[in-house]
Design a protein around this ligand. Sequence first.
Ligand code: FEO
Length: 399
Amino acid sequence: MLKEIKPGIYWTGAVDWEIRKIHGEEYSTHRGTSYNSYLIKDTKTVLIDTVGSPFASEFVENLDKEVGLNAVDAVIANHAEADHGGALAELMARIPGRPIYCTASGVKLLRGNYHQDWNFVPVKAGDTLDLGRGKLVFIEAPMLHWPDSMLTYLTGANVLFSNDVFGQHLATGLLFNDLLDQAELYQEAIKYYANILTPFSRLVEKKVEELGKLGLPLDMICPSHGAIWRSDPLQIVTKYLDWARDWREDRITVVYDSMWGGTRAMAEAIASGIESADDRVTVKRFNIARSDKNDVVTEVFRSKALLVGSSTINNGLLSSVAGFLEEIRGLKFRGKKAAAFGAYGWSGEAVKLINEGLEKAGFELLNAGLRLPWNPDAKALAECFEFGKGIGVQGKTTS
Ligand code: FEO
């Protein structure tokens, strides 16, 4: 259904209330998501992005019913990923020959994804497309978060169609940020940044600064997922700048897995030690085998330090912890501290392996870690408590 969001500009996307994982099984979407497509009716009528493939038929039929597909003069493909280009095949089959404006990289990616030789019009940063009253200005944004990513700005209406940037995986029928539960909105926005944009923080910072220098008036930011930022749209831009600059709060996250409870007992004692040294720091504990990894990544993103624990198994790590270390390696966190711990039976390689994993992931080690044999007794737990206390004191003085 077409919903007018500003005179002559319509939301024509799809809301996916059922989805619980996106990017295969990589990203949890507890609150669903939306695929925001927009239609601008000016002298020319253009469509900005489409929707995910499960919604393709519904999307094309709706568009045909409400505006008539023949009225669509051009399509802007800000990004080729299947959640935005997923309806292109069905749409272009009905309007063959219509130009698709995208970056040069977008041409390659769209061809690679959909194997079609559509009428691509590659655009560069600063290129424009006259619509009549308004003009589209294309802003390349490579690696935010794919090589083809692009933002499109509409003059006159002062609207930025930002695609994935500034988005949130959040199903909503209300569309606008000011109408939503602010805690949910913020939670999904930071989770999105933490899990998708963290590796590209330097580029985010540069792009946001570049946008600032362009001095474009901004009435509304329309991302391709979740809420449209119409009330104080700069609030999310400011947040992105903060988050891109190695964000950390007064929080420490303890992540572990445990075979028979020894490493879990260590985690608890260490966390208590930290809390005894600093009664203001938030210390959260997660058994990573029982937690949603994207939620944990969000907690790590917000933390100044990360503690990782694992039992030793077969001279190595528990697979849940190994997987988590691989996850954070790819995210390239910066400016965060870390330490390792673990209970073991006879060989006890886990702490050394965690240290290696943490260093590979860009964390600065606070110490050599704590490894204890068998099930920790009262003396061993006291040692864990002191270990935590040391981290708490260090955190207090350096944060
Ligand atoms: Fe929402 Fe990169 O796709």
